[in-house]
Design a protein around this ligand. Structure first.
Ligand code: OAD
Length: 255
């Protein structure tokens, strides 16, 4: 599919032009065209290659902090080498085309921000903002800092300059609560929007996966952009099947 041959239902374009509040909620698929692997792709999905029990739980970090810190630093180095793709840029441009836009992401990269989106709600935390396990102080790691091998490798987590506690990745791990304020803002946006886009997510990890259903339930127009089917298919008003980096620029151009 190429962007010059994509056409959209006129009703959808009208809904976007007249919408008071548009929400775009993204998952790993939006960053796939930047070269960042998704989680559940059958060939190179991260959770097909790596065991989340060994890397994405608090117990794993307590058991093997060097392994877990090294893996997240490897992923952060990977993100730093990647650029926002046309999907991130189209979502940033959408802010100038609709009355109000809220961007929510499950992604822990910073590609929406680097594309120009503001106030992005990060439901699953960020690779770039680790926190002290003892005093809770948050830090921002800058591009170019990590020095890890191509496949990751063990790396001792740094110590907190304030209290000496061990610093952990600023990621929401399995079994942990989502950041309360971000989740509340995301739920409120789903509850009050006119149009809700679910882009590049398999819609399987809750509570993020509940957001499009909250929007559909309250009567919003729910649009899915995905290369493959998901559990949302039967509930979405429109299914835009294709790569986010091709579908979204064409859609934004049509508004
Ligand atoms: P998944 O890997 O589960 O799903 C990615 C989705 O993107 C799939 O539905 C693909 O079909 C779709 N996709 C792939 N490439 C695409 C493209 N170029 N354009 C459009 N769609 C594309 O990723 P998530 O749904 O984001 O949590 O996974 C949710 C959470 O599971 C993640 O945030 C992560 C993981 O455990 C944490 O790390 C806390």
């Amino acid at each position: 599919m190429t962007s010059d041959v994509i056409t959209f239902p006129p009703d959808l374009i009208d809904r976007l032009r007249t919408a008071h509040h548009v929400v775009v909620s993204t998952g790993a698929g939006v960053s796939q065209e930047s070269g960042i692997p998704t989680f559940r792709d059958s060939l190179d999905g991260l959770w097909e290659i790596f065991d989340p029990e060994q890397l994405a739980t608090l117990e794993a970090f307590q058991r093997q902090p060097d392994l877990v810190w090294g893996w997240y630093e490897f992923r952060r180095a990977q993100v730093n080498k990647c650029q926002p793709n046309p999907a991130h840029l189209a979502i940033a441009a959408l802010a100038g085309k609709v009355r109000r836009l809220t961007v929510i992401t499950q992604n822990v990269d910073n590609l929406h921000e680097r594309a120009g989106s503001k106030d992005v709600i990060h439901l699953h935390g960020s690779l770039h903002d680790p926190i002290c396990t003892y005093c809770g102080q948050s830090y921002t790691l800058l591009a170019g800092e990590p020095e890890v091998g191509e496949t990751g490798g063990r790396m001792p987590p740094p110590k907190c300059p304030s209290c000496g506690g061990m610093i952990r990745p600023g990621i929401v791990w399995f079994g942990e609560m989502l950041p309360e304020e971000e989740l509340e803002r995301a739920q409120a946006a789903a509850l009050h929007c006119d149009v809700f886009f679910s882009v590049g997510t398999s819609v399987v990890v809750y509570p993020a996966a509940a957001l499009p259903f909250i929007a559909a339930e309250q009567g919003a127009c729910v649009v899915q952009v995905n290369t493959d089917p998901t559990g949302l298919d039967a509930y979405a008003s429109y299914l835009l099947v294709g790569k986010a980096g091709e579908v979204l620029p064409a859609l934004i151009a049509a508004i």
